[in-house]
Ligand binder design. Structure first.
Ligand code: C2E
Ligand code: MG
Ligand code: MG
Length: 532
């Protein structure tokens, strides 16, 4: 019964297609698509968030720069006021105003930024460079610090109402010294430089007192608006500068970094999408091709006899799917069935095989009795209407032809209650079950007890070793099959030595190229007849 009917039939599709399919077989699409979309969203959100952070940090850097610059300007005003002609002025403090008014007025003209220089003795301001003798307590202007110079912001002075000023008292002795009245406008002018360089607002703040804004307004701290984002303290004077960025600058930075990071995020998303397509496109391509193949009749079914080893008579056939792609040529089911089985196409493929088997057996009825075995997909058992479908097909088979369903072990492990119920229903209607590729997956002997199988098909990988030291394993399987009342079919028998060894260990049935390669239905009837 030797034949070469399928000798050239099952080539691998060539080149890139072959390798891509084999590389990515078994990868599920849906969860991976969700993961890819999730990654894309996370990447984009992270990029936008980073853009915001960079914009905020760029703004803070700019504000700090402006703040430092303004602190340096105000420090230099105060240092200049305090240092200019100080020795001569200090020599006047404590002397009668009448005696020192002229030199005081003259010295005042050398000092920039001030409205007046006043002399203080015993805690009272007694002589003004502009007004002559006066008598005002120093505490009206400020509370002097224990050492060095003290400063204060005032909305006005007793002699200049509604004119904000910065006052500085430079002590030369206890309660004695020089009180400078610095024009608030100068300070405001210095602050407005910051505004020119990108700040919206800038203000001078003296701790716990008030603000002097860049437009020269005195604002008590309690009424200070919370618009200042950055505070930079002076290390030389008890003051700090507060700055807030301009709206234009803020939006400029946000756009700049938003665009940079947004573009990077989009680029990464494109890479993720490209990687996703690269990984999953072959699978989609393959499934789309299978879908088209079903519609365009590119599939057919071939039949490989199962023989009784003793007589070599065919007792049954296994229906095997074949795909002849118009461009790729013959594509082995081993290459596409695992993808099909993990997709929604599995039902259509099983249905195609079942219906083709009925049509083939009706048209080219080989001599009965004959068992026709059909491989079913893991997910067939879980699908609605499967039992009814199988019963309908079985009912349409010619007299003497019976149906066997082949299942691999791997999918019997889950959903066992449901599966066992299907077994029971179908077996009462004369349909038999074979456990396929026995021993290749996590063999679970318990399965044989739990599911009422009729046949065990020993996988080719064990059969190929039966005559080269692997007989013990098959002997064990045969003993176990006997224990459970099952018949054993050896798959992939290729040599006479294997045939003999299988018989020796008590295997009853065999299937393989030694007896017959898979055949088209039209050849099958005559070949079986001829043989019998
Ligand atoms: P399987 O059910 O174990 O089918 C036996 C495989 O062994 C077939 O490969 C058959 O051509 C091959 N074969 C038979 N005798 C020999 C031999 O002596 N030597 C060698 N090297 N191989 C031999 P095929 O047709 O390529 O099928 C591969 C697998 O694809 C099948 O393994 C089965 O799991 C699956 N398959 C095939 N047709 C269908 C189908 O209609 N539905 C489902 N769900 N799966 C199918
Ligand atoms: Mg099979
Ligand atoms: Mg098998």
């Amino acid at each position: 019964m030797h034949d070469t009917s399928e000798a050239v039939g099952e080539t691998m599709p060539s080149g890139w297609f072959s390798s891509l399919i084999t590389d990515w077989r078994g990868v599920k699409l849906r969860p991976s698509l969700l993961v890819a979309i999730g990654c894309g969203v996370v990447v984009l959100l992270t990029a936008l968030l980073l853009g915001e952070q960079y914009a905020a940090s760029a703004l803070a850097t700019r504000e700090r720069l402006i703040g430092n610059d303004l602190v340096a300007s105000v420090d230099s005003i105060l240092n200049l006021v305090r240092s200019r002609r100080r020795t001569e002025l200090a020599a006047l403090a404590g002397r009668p105003c009448g005696d020192v008014l002229r030199p005081l007025s003259k010295l005042q003209t050398y000092i920039p930024y001030i409205r007046g220089a006043n002399l203080v003795v015993d805690g009272r301001v007694y002589c003004s460079s502009g007004l002559g003798p006066i008598d005002v307590p120093l505490s009206v202007y400020l509370t002097p610090s224990a050492a060095g110079a003290s400063i204060n912001l005032l909305p006005q002075t007793p002699y200049h109402p509604n004119e904000p000023v910065l006052v500085m008292f430079d002590a030369t002795g206890k309660g004695t010294g020089i009180l400078y009245i610095i024009d608030g406008d100068y300070i405001a002018d210095a602050l407005s430089h910051g505004v020119r360089y990108g700040a919206q607002y800038a203000a001078l703040s003296i701790a716990g007192v008030a603000l002097l804004t860049d437009d020269g307004a005195f604002v008590p701290l309690s009424k200070s608006p919370p618009v200042y984002a950055m505070r930079v303290a002076s290390s030389a004077w008890p003051l700090s500068i507060m700055v807030s960025p301009s709206a234009d600058f803020v939006s400029q930075m946000r756009w700049k970094y938003g665009l940079i990071f947004g573009a990077a995020g989009v680029l990464l998303d494109i890479l993720i999408a490209a990687a996703y397509l690269l990984v999953f496109a072959p699978r989609r391509l393959l499934l789309a091709a299978v879908h088209r193949a079903l519609r365009q009749d590119e599939f057919h079914v071939v039949y490989q006899p199962v023989v009784d080893l003793a007589s070599r008579d065919a007792v049954g056939v296994e229906a095997l799917l074949r795909w002849h792609h118009p461009k790729w040529g013959p594509v082995s089911p081993a290459l596409f069935m695992s993808e099909v089985e993990s997709s929604t196409l599995h039902a259509a493929v099983t249905r195609f095989v079942l219906h083709t088997v009925v049509a083939d057996m009706s048209r080219h009825a080989p001599m009965p009795p004959l068992r026709v075995a059909v491989n079913i997909s893991p997910r067939d058992l879980g699908r609605k209407g499967f039992v009814a479908e199988v019963l309908a097909v079985s009912g349409r088979l010619p007299q003497g032809v019976s149906l066997t369903l082949e299942l691999t072990e791997r999918f019997l492990l889950d959903k066992s209650v449901h599966t066992a119920a299907i077994f029971r229903t179908l077996r009462t209607q004369g349909i038999k079950f074979a456990i396929d590729d026995f021993g290749t997956h996590n063999s679970n002997l318990d399965l044989l007890g739990r599911f009422p199988f009729d046949f065990i098909k020993i996988d080719r990988q064990f059969v190929s070793q039966v005559d080269t030291g692997g007989a013990e394993l098959i002997k064990g399987i045969v003993a176990m099959a006997r224990h459970f009342g099952l018949q054993v079919i050896a798959e992939g028998v290729e040599t006479e030595a294997q045939h003999q060894a299988l018989q020796d260990v008590g295997v009853r049935f065999g299937q393989g190229y030694l007896y017959q390669r898979p055949l088209r239905a039209e050849q099958l009837a005559s070949r079986l007849q001829e043989h019998r």
